[in-house]
Design a protein around this ligand. Structure first.
Ligand code: GLN
Length: 557
């Protein structure tokens, strides 16, 4: 028997009421300069609240017009991160997951492009009933709707929303207006943390707080009074100076917190907790903090980090090696794995455009393990083949990821199967041996945005494979981002010659993992395991790779 519609309506009202009363919203804005690490502060606060038993998620609003960052190259925006549900996302979502150990989704990353696209679609459908569609209220309402989407699921006690860009940017204005309205609507259930920079003038030997004061004024001008200020600094800011900032910016003195440079981002939750950021936030939102956050596992990781003395050297072969952020998730996965294995990571970037037969010995012989990076297009690809041939012949632990795995297959075809023109049709559409080719469903696609094979897919592993042993399982799920695939027509020839296809998609039978079992550790994955590696749960494949690199280093000694 169905419920009386009136009761039904009442119940849903109550449910919504409970949800909207319970979920608390924390906004993180930034001022003075960009790249201050709002993502790290948001992630650190999330870690502390999680360690207090709350359910927390973090989302990022990016003010650019691209619908998602999938079409941006790494020079523009660093690495493109991929969520389980196949959203191409800002790299900050990687930090969120690494700190919180919780998967994010499409709802955790929204851009201005997406907001406008949705409003324009509604306008075309006629949803606005003849009204003039404007930034206020229509764009701001759409922003607010997206802020509340995660909160309204009832799954989270806290939603932390990071507003990309810097206060004063033209692009950020609608977001700040939405934050202002939400604070007005939500009262104690909303809070604003503003992150600024306090520069140190070497010549004057002085820290300067004026940029912070100006930045807070800009925020106040748009109607937002920050509740907490986090000051990024390279030098300790004296208590008196913090008091001055508090006074000029109308903020409680204890809510002016400094975030001084630390050796690792994973220490930031502790420096924030030392200054009571979690307690201050809770009290300001009407919750009395009880006890201490449970940071046992986190501290264990930091302890390993500070006590490790031995070093493992991993070479990363790619074309974006001069960019710190281009291979962010790979760097972090390696770092997490090395730390868990009580080692310091010595990561050496090897520029694939500068690697050739003549210098391969010199550049590669010091490596305990080599990663062949993902990527797109022809540039730097020959260096990847050189590295792979050298590593295969010298039996160095080698890990190919996505394009790196495809290059592994091509190099093997050329130099072992005797197919000198073997290639991916991405690089040579007319290759006689298309060992890597476009997937059938990709052939008719002309739009570039969001059309790759994206997100988490199941993979079935051969029980006797090294990969299955590494995972301790024959069923895994990892995230993808590619258009091209291993060409199954060549499978038997590869297997006969010693490169085994040890992982495949259970539904489509696409080859996802290749391995040369007779080598120490020579594995390529079509998927990106680096998107699923966190401080508390390092990815098993990275752990196994670094373990193999350590063993190889010891053998070489
Ligand atoms: N360019 C390759 C493809 O599209 C690999 C992509 C990647 O490395 N992420 O299939």
């Amino acid at each position: 028997m169905g419920l009386d519609p009136g009761v039904h309506f009442y119940n849903s009202l109550i449910n919504n009421l409970i949800v909207s009363v319970e979920t608390k919203y924390i906004f993180v804005t930034g001022g003075v300069v960009s790249s201050l690490g709002k993502g790290i502060i948001s992630s650190s606060l999330a870690r502390l609240l999680l360690a207090r038993g709350y359910r927390v998620t973090i989302q990022k609003f990016d003010p650019y017009i691209n619908v998602d960052p999938g079409t941006l190259n790494p020079y523009e925006h660093g690495e493109c991160y991929v969520t389980v549900d196949g959203h191409e996302a800002d790299l900050d979502l990687g930090h969120y997951e690494r700190f919180t150990n919780t998967p994010t989704t499409r709802a955790n990353n929204v851009t201005t492009g997406r907001i406008y696209q949705s409003v324009i679609n509604k306008e075309r459908r006629g949803d606005y009933l003849g009204k003039t569609v404007q930034i206020i209220p229509h764009i701001t309402d759409e922003i607010k709707r997206n802020v509340k989407l995660l909160g309204n699921t009832g799954k989270f006690d806290f939603v932390i929303t990071e507003i990309g860009g810097t206060v004063g940017d033209i692009e950020s204005t609608p977001y700040l207006e939405a934050v202002r309205q939400l604070r007005w609507e939500l009262g104690k259930n909303a809070l604003c943390i503003h992150l600024t920079y306090v520069p140190y003038l070497r010549a004057a030997k002085e820290l300067k707080t004026k940029p912070t004061q100006h930045s807070v004024k800009l925020l106040q001008q748009v109607g937002i009074q920050p509740d907490v200020l986090v000051l990024r600094t390279e030098k300790d800011i004296p208590a008196g100076m913090r008091r001055k900032v508090a006074q000029f910016c109308n903020v409680d003195p204890e809510a002016v917190i400094q975030s001084i440079d630390v050796p690792t981002i994973y220490q930031v939750p502790l420096t924030m907790h030392d200054q009571h950021l979690d307690e201050i936030v809770l009290r300001k939102m009407g919750v009395e903090p009880k006890g201490e956050p449970n940071l046992e596992a986190w501290n264990q990781f930091l302890h390993k980090l500070s006590t490790a003395t031995e070093q493992v050297t991993i070479g990363l072969v790619g074309k974006y090696v001069e960019l710190q952020d281009a291979y962010k998730s790979i760097n972090e996965s390696l770092f997490q794995a090395a730390t868990h294995l009580d080692h310091k990571l010595n990561l050496v970037y090897i520029h694939s455009e500068k690697l050739n037969e003549a210098n391969a010995d010199e550049k590669l012989s010091g490596m305990d393990g080599v990663i062949i990076a993902p990527g797109f297009g022809q540039r730097g690809i020959d260096g990847k083949f050189v590295a792979l041939k050298w590593c295969r012949e010298h039996d160095v632990p080698t890990f190919g990821i996505c394009l790196g795995m495809q290059c592994m297959v091509i190099e093997f075809a050329r130099n072992v199967l005797g197919l000198p023109e073997a290639n991916s049709t991405e690089m040579d559409p007319n290759t006689p041996d298309n060992v890597i080719d476009l997937m059938e469903e990709q052939k008719s696609i002309s739009n570039m945005g969001g059309t790759m094979r994206l997100g988490a897919f199941d993979c079935r592993l051969l029980p006797q494979s090294r990969v299955a042993k590494a995972y301790g399982s024959t069923e895994v799920s990892e995230r993808h981002r590619h258009r091209f695939e291993f060409n199954d027509e060549y499978r038997a020839r590869f297997e006969e010659a010693g490169m085994k296809c040890v992982g495949e998609n259970p539904d489509t039978h696409l080859v996802e993992v290749v391995e040369i079992p007779e080598k120490r550790w020579f594995i390529g994955t079509q998927y990106h395991p680096e998107y699923q590696s966190t401080v508390l749960n390092p990815n098993p494949l990275f752990l196994d790779f670094v373990k193999a690199a350590i063993a190889y280093r010891d053998e070489k000694k």
